[in-house]
Design a protein around this ligand. Structure first.
Ligand code: NAP
Length: 265
């Protein structure tokens, strides 16, 4: 039990990667706080309790400072402290061509994906500083490290999450707070299941492993980063992507190598 007696907060814990991670935290005996959509949040709590864990649901919109503060306050008032936070709430948003994107779409993507992580860290770290320890994991994406031409705003927002994580990690390393970021490839969540077979096959093909990942595979990486097993890991971007970003780099290198070879003949 690597998280025994720890209190963990999960944003975006109502579905997908966040829900599976919240349950995985509880299986490691952490007490868990999740939340936004009421029914789905209550369902996550029920699944955790069924597995013998302890959890509460706090309805919080991560783009609203008062909500985020209240969420952290509630975790501390119910469980007495906050040891771990998984800042995972995010949105893919609409992604038409850049010139068609609206200001409202920009604000929504940046507010959920970037402001939400910043606000969450702000109140979580403030609490952890009082305790002298803590561990945060933020969720970026493969698109926090490389770009997709079809997703400029999402790509920008997830690059920002990686940058925010690194700077915060450096700022609080000496205070006993570790901050890292997980970067999933395509993961089999509801959104993936809703795609056509053609899109599913395309997405699987982007990963050298030959398939997309599961929420549990991301949760396992988050568990490691959250726990004391990662005690010397700070500011790290952990790719959980079946090799897709690695292969993007290798493909480019091969292309450059071929071009250089052709130039010498
Ligand atoms: P998901 O099932 O749609 O989960 C998104 C979560 O974010 C939901 O629980 C949602 O809660 C929450 N959320 C969205 N806006 C929020 C807000 N303003 N305030 C509070 N919570 C909010 O999708 P997922 O795939 O598990 O995504 C989780 C994270 O992984 C996201 O950051 C996503 O960008 C990232 N990611 C996913 C993939 C993938 O292939 N699935 C790949 C790379 C990165 P409510 O619905 O209850 O509001």
């Amino acid at each position: 039990m690597i998280l025994q007696n720890k209190v963990a907060l999960v944003t975006g814990g109502t579905s997908g990667i966040g829900r599976v991670t919240a349950i995985a935290y509880a299986q490691q005996e952490a007490k868990v706080v999740v939340g936004r959509r009421m029914d789905e949040g209550e369902e996550t709590v029920r699944l955790i309790q069924e597995a013998g864990g302890e959890a509460i649901f706090v309805q919080a919109d991560v783009t609203k400072e008062a909500d985020v503060k209240a969420m952290v306050d509630k975790a501390v008032s119910v469980f007495g402290r906050l040891d771990i936070a998984f800042n995972n709430a995010g949105t893919v948003g609409e992604n038409p061509s850049l010139i068609e994107q609206t200001e409202a779409e920009y604000d929504r993507t940046m507010n959920v994906n970037v402001k939400g992580v910043w606000l969450s860290m702000k109140y979580e770290i403030a609490q952890m500083l009082k305790q002298g320890s803590g561990s945060l994991v933020n969720t970026a994406s493969g698109l926090g490290v490389v770009a997709s031409p079809s997703q400029p705003l999402y790509t920008a927002s997830k690059h920002a999450v990686v940058g925010l994580t690194k700077a915060a990690a450096l700022q609080y390393a000496k205070a006993g707070i570790r901050i890292n970021v997980v970067a999933p490839g395509s993961i089999k969540t509801d959104m993936f299941e809703a795609a056509t077979d053609e899109v599913k096959a395309y997405l699987a093909g982007l990963h050298p492993i030959g398939r997309v990942g599961t929420p549990l595979e991301v949760a396992n990486a988050v568990l490691f980063l959250s726990s004391d097993m990662a005690s010397f890991v700070i500011g790290e971007t952990l790719m959980v992507d079946g090799g897709s970003v690695c292969s993007a780099v290798v493909d480019r290198q091969c292309e450059m190598f071929d071009t250089a070879l052709q130039a010498t003949h």
